[in-house]
Design a protein around this ligand. Structure first.
Ligand SMILES: Nc1ncnc2c1ncn2[C@@H]1O[C@H](COP(=O)(O)OP(=O)(O)OP(=O)(O)O)[C@@H](O)[C@H]1O
Ligand SMILES: [Mg+2]
Length: 252
């Protein structure tokens, strides 16, 4: 399988000494769905920015779709959902897609044809003509997702796509990722939660302190990889043992 993403011995240190990545190597095959897991500050966004050519590695080699990251021809084949969306707030969702469609070199007719189904897919049909300034966080995330899919890119890079989304929208994201993978596209996305990636990914990588701690097939993450995951313990104060046998009473 040719590599959509190939990084070898990448190092990145920020001014002031903050470690972004240390001797980081990772390959993702074309058509693969890859989940990039790690806690806050692990280096996920650092790696994604290097893949996009928005940031440079201090050392090592990085190839994206067989080319140097940041080349215009490569960027045109990537759909990127940033961690923090910053769009022109005076645009509506429909206008946002028209704007990004032009930036991607799509014909106006293509953009028009794709806009309706895409807004439907991300659940924004009703709000299509409202300015983004009136959107909630989750709605902005949905608009960003539509933007990333608009030019039907070969490689999708999503930086924490589920952030700010309600449980139903998280399921929809999962479905979108599955459909993209079925269409033969490569999907690389970051997350804090194993549950978000395990249903849709072929492989998972776990990064911490800029180091790839574990990488392997998703079915193995519950064994080997789990040792590298942070565990979270919840103490529920004031709930009797009955609460554990009646989970519906704890539903939001
Ligand atoms: N612009 C920057 N200047 C200095 N240090 C930075 C910068 N960006 C990131 N870092 C540092 O690099 C490390 C990795 O950060 P990064 O944003 O890649 O983590 P992350 O895995 O995406 O975390 P999160 O889950 O919180 O988004 C952190 O220690 C962070 O403080
Ligand atoms: Mg991040």
């Amino acid at each position: 399988m040719p590599a959509a993403i190939d990084a070898q011995c990448v190092c990145k240190t920020y001014p002031g000494g903050g470690r972004g990545l240390a001797d980081f190597s990772l390959s993702v095959g074309e058509g693969e769905a890859f989940g990039f897991l790690g806690p806050n500050g692990a280096g996920k966004t650092t790696f994604i920015k290097i893949l996009l050519g928005l940031s440079r590695a201090d050392a090592g080699t990085v190839r994206v779709l067989g080319r140097d990251p940041g080349e215009t021809a490569v960027r045109a084949r990537i759909g990127y959902l940033p961690e923090v969306a910053q769009y022109y707030e005076f645009l509506s969702a429909r206008e946002l897609l028209a704007f990004y469609g032009r930036l991607s070199g799509l014909a106006a007719r293509q953009v028009r044809e794709r806009t309706g189904p895409l807004l439907e897919l991300v659940g924004l049909s009703e709000a299509a003509d409202r300015p983004l300034a009136t959107f909630s966080k989750g709605m902005l995330q949905r608009a960003g997702l539509a933007q990333a899919l608009l030019h039907e890119p070969d490689l999708l890079i999503f930086d924490e796509p589920a952030t700010g989304l309600d449980p139903l929208a998280r399921l929809q994201i999962r479905d979108i990722i599955l459909r993209q993978r079925q269409a033969g596209r490569t999907v690389f996305f970051s997350s804090h939660e194993l549950s978000e990636v395990e249903m849709v990914c072929d492989r998972v990588g776990i990064v911490k302190d800029g180091v790839l701690k574990w990488c392997g097939p998703t079915r193995e993450v519950a064994g080997d990889g789990e040792r590298n995951l942070e565990r979270l313990f919840l103490e529920v104060i004031g709930a009797g043992p009955g609460a554990l046998t009646a989970p519906e009473s704890l539903r939001l």
